[in-house]
Design a protein around this ligand. Structure first.
Ligand SMILES: O=C(O)C1=C[C@@H](OP(=O)(O)O)[C@@H](O)[C@H](O)C1
Ligand SMILES: C=C(OP(=O)(O)O)C(=O)O
Length: 416
């Protein structure tokens, strides 16, 4: 029987200062780039969570040295070699960013993960690796990469509408491919544009030559030097805390908010303002003050990591919402559109699925079990609902450890 967490109700307007751990997406890109670099790298203030520890484990299995004993992690590249087994857990970044690196190793590298990871889209990137000259069997987990120590590289066209990580995974390893890589997307829109921009930015910062045009990315072959990489706080994981200001009519400040960033979470400034909050930014502090909570009609395709919390807020709003551009979230840690629909309606809500997203008509909600499907962002959505609805029991709080093991403590501290 999974553990239940009684989500606390806000006793009054929240007034809190929150400091968040590092970005999962930046950390796992930094680890990949460091493992492919010439010489030692230092990743400052990386996120320590299940997904980043799985990434560290994967790179160690391939021959890199990752010293994660301290607050900053030191990476020394090693000869990439098998045989090895990589556990991807349920981490999209590990299952899509590591195989292109494993193709550079010598020997067999076997990939598997959590049972549900076998359902997540992998076919396009595995087919792309074969076209670029790698020996990869299968089109989903579990699969094996038979590395020969080099990958020819070249041009490849894929349909990456299932996940932007298919593109990011190929680009991150491409500087070490013989001819680099030209990746062309054909199909419905690639989601998560912010993450693609992050990939290109971090590759260039590590010395790669990257050219882009709409749906085309070209990476030249060349050496990488990740050097020292500072990881920003995870702005997507600020979402539940900032949402607490709206639900409670209070004020939450998140410290160390970067003035400029590629993280999708930065869009919270605009999204939460559109939903009724007042948002201010001063000297690295982002402050959200809540008032009424309004519905929103918005395309979240480029910033879909924010969807679960935005949907929870929408269920508590004073008007209807329509969340668009998020069809591919059916391939996330769970089918998030179905999960959000089922679980919010289980609390008395009125959520309807559309092919491209959700329609949410607020209704008075009641307590009950909020199942979380091993999905960290479903835990965060349940916590936000619980602030405004007595009796919400969130299943399996620990699953939030995928990207924020400290969530429970930070949430309690915010409400103190
Ligand atoms: O590249 C990344 O770090 C990520 C890209 C996005 O994946 P999708 O494009 O599959 O949504 C995002 O949802 C995920 O949380 C992290
Ligand atoms: C989709 C997510 O993660 P990933 O795809 O990296 O497992 C997420 O963190 O919302």
């Amino acid at each position: 029987m999974p553990e239940m967490w009684s989500a606390p109700v806000a006793a009054g307007p929240v007034d809190a200062l929150v400091t968040l751990p590092g970005s999962k997406s930046m950390t796992n890109r930094a680890l990949i780039l460091a493992a492919l670099s010439d010489g030692e790298s230092l990743v400052r203030r990386p996120l320590r969570s299940r997904d980043t520890l799985l990434m560290a484990g994967a790179l160690r299995a391939l021959g890199a040295s990752v010293d994660d004993a301290g607050a900053d992690w030191r990476i020394v590249p090693g000869e990439l070699r098998g045989p090895a087994t990589v556990d991807v857990g349920l981490a999209g970044t590990v299952m899509r960013f590591v195989p292109p690196v494993a193709a550079l190793a010598t020997g067999e590298i076997r990939f598997d993960g959590d049972p549900y990871a076998r359902k997540r889209p992998m076919g396009a990137i595995l087919a792309a690796l074969r076209i670029l000259g790698a020996d990869v069997d299968g089109d989903a987990l579990p699969f094996t990469v038979r590395g020969t120590g080099a990958v020819p590289g070249g041009s490849v066209t894929i349909d990456a509408s299932g996940s932007s990580q298919m593109v990011s995974g190929l680009l991150l390893a491409a500087p070490r491919y013989g001819k680099g890589a030209e990746v062309r997307h054909e199909g419905p829109p690639v989601p998560s544009g912010a993450h693609l921009t992050m990939t290109v930015r971090m590759l260039r910062d590590a010395g790669a030559t990257v050219e882009t045009e709409p749906d085309v990315w070209r990476v030249q072959p060349g050496r990488l030097r990740a050097g020292e990489i500072d990881i920003e706080p995870d702005l997507s994981n600020a979402a539940p805390f900032l949402a607490a200001a709206l639900v409670s009519g209070g004020r939450v400040t998140v410290r160390d908010w970067p003035a400029e960033t590629t993280q999708p979470g930065d869009e919270l400034r605009h999204l939460l303002a559109a939903m009724g909050a007042s948002v201010s930014y001063e000297d690295g502090d982002l402050t959200v003050r809540g008032g009424a909570v309004h519905g929103i009609d918005v395309d979240l395709g480029d910033v879909n990591e924010l969807t679960c919390v935005i949907a929870a807020l929408a269920a508590l709003a004073d008007g209807p919402s329509r969340l668009r551009g998020i069809a591919h979230m059916r391939g996330h840690e769970t089918d998030r559109l179905a999960a959000l629909t089922t679980e919010i309606n289980g609390l008395g809500g009125d959520v309807r699925e559309h092919p491209d997203g959700l329609e949410i008509r607020p209704r008075p909600l009641h307590g009950g079990v909020f199942h979380t499907y091993d999905d960290h962002r479903m835990v965060m959505a349940g916590a936000v609902l619980g602030l405004g609805v007595p009796g919400v029991e969130v299943e399996n709080l620990a699953t939030v450890g995928k990207t924020l093991p400290e969530f429970g403590e930070l949430w309690a501290e915010m409400l103190r």
